[in-house]
Design a protein around this ligand. Structure first.
Ligand code: FPP
Length: 260
């Protein structure tokens, strides 16, 4: 364990053993419930959620996670009351401006997936600015899923595949799992190894359905505004205890050395 100046112990990557996730994806749920349980408006929970985003991003970068994908606004979230949507978009813009410094200090590169053209112009511009400013950073990739839905991602991919085929640049025989991946929003980032959901719901909510096929799931009752470094460490410890088989068999040594 490394020790911070204030003498509180911080784990290092080695403390989690050899099974350490390269890519973590998080469904940040429970902001509204957390606020309402404290007699506050739902938006108070979103505001407090920003502090968790900052702490988790910094801690993942420190530990050497390669990619962190946060479900910040789903394609379905546009159905929320207009005031809440407006607040979330303002919060996104503020986050992008205020966190640039922290992202630069931690060598974090920002990326985004989703139907970004649906975002309000002001938020989109700040997003593009922060992506450009952090593009040269060599540390972790922080991907924000914004106006994101897996079904629309797959529909968008199919639309592009069909137009390529119509133009004679693609034949049905060329379509396989890997070529299809090439049409998703971000084909270059490897699939998430660990998918965390806060606030206890046992569903994927249209998040990375293709990419999370073999992700290890970790669901915690903790609401997002309370999900901080110790809760992340707990998820990493749970991940380290899993056996990943990807549909194959767990390697089991037999007495004579041949597979059991
Ligand atoms: C789910 O909580 C969370 C969201 C819909 C948005 C997540 C947004 C943030 C954490 C803040 C903004 C983040 C960035 C990166 C700018 P909920 O409101 O659905 O909670 P509930 O299920 O308790 O109602």
């Amino acid at each position: 364990m490394s020790v911070r100046g204030d003498s509180s112990a911080l784990p290092s990557r080695a403390d989690f053993g050899p099974a350490f996730p390269a890519h973590i994806a998080i469904i940040m749920d429970g902001n509204g419930r957390w606020a309402q349980a404290r007699g506050k408006k739902r938006v108070f929970g979103h505001k407090e959620g920003i502090a968790s985003v900052r702490e988790i991003t910094t801690e993942c970068a420190r530990l050497g996670v390669q990619s962190l994908t946060l479900y910040a606004f789903s394609a379905e979230n546009w159905k929320r009351p207009p005031l809440e949507v407006r607040y979330l978009m303002q919060l996104l813009r503020l986050f992008l401006v205020q966190e640039r410094r922290t992202l630069m200090e931690n060598q974090v590169r920002l990326g985004a997936i989703g139907r970004l053209d649906k975002l309000p112009k002001a938020a989109r511009e700040e997003l593009e600015r922060t992506i450009a400013q952090t593009a040269g950073n060599r540390g972790m990739l922080l991907r924000l899923a914004l106006s994101y839905g897996s079904r629309s991602e797959i529909a968008d991919a199919l639309r592009r595949i069909v137009s390529e085929a119509r133009a004679g640049r693609l034949s049905p025989e060329q379509i396989d799992e890997e070529s299809l991946r090439g049409y998703l929003y971000d084909p270059h980032t490897p699939d998430p190894d660990l998918l965390i959901r806060t606030a206890g719901e046992l569903r994927l909510s249209n998040f990375l359905l293709w990419q999370a096929s073999y992700s290890e799931l970790h669901v915690t009752e903790c609401c997002w505004p309370e999900f901080r470094a110790p809760q992340l460490h707990e998820a990493l410890r749970a991940y380290a205890a899993r056996t990943r088989k990807f549909g194959g068999l767990e390697p089991r040594p037999s007495a004579n050395g041949t597979p059991a």
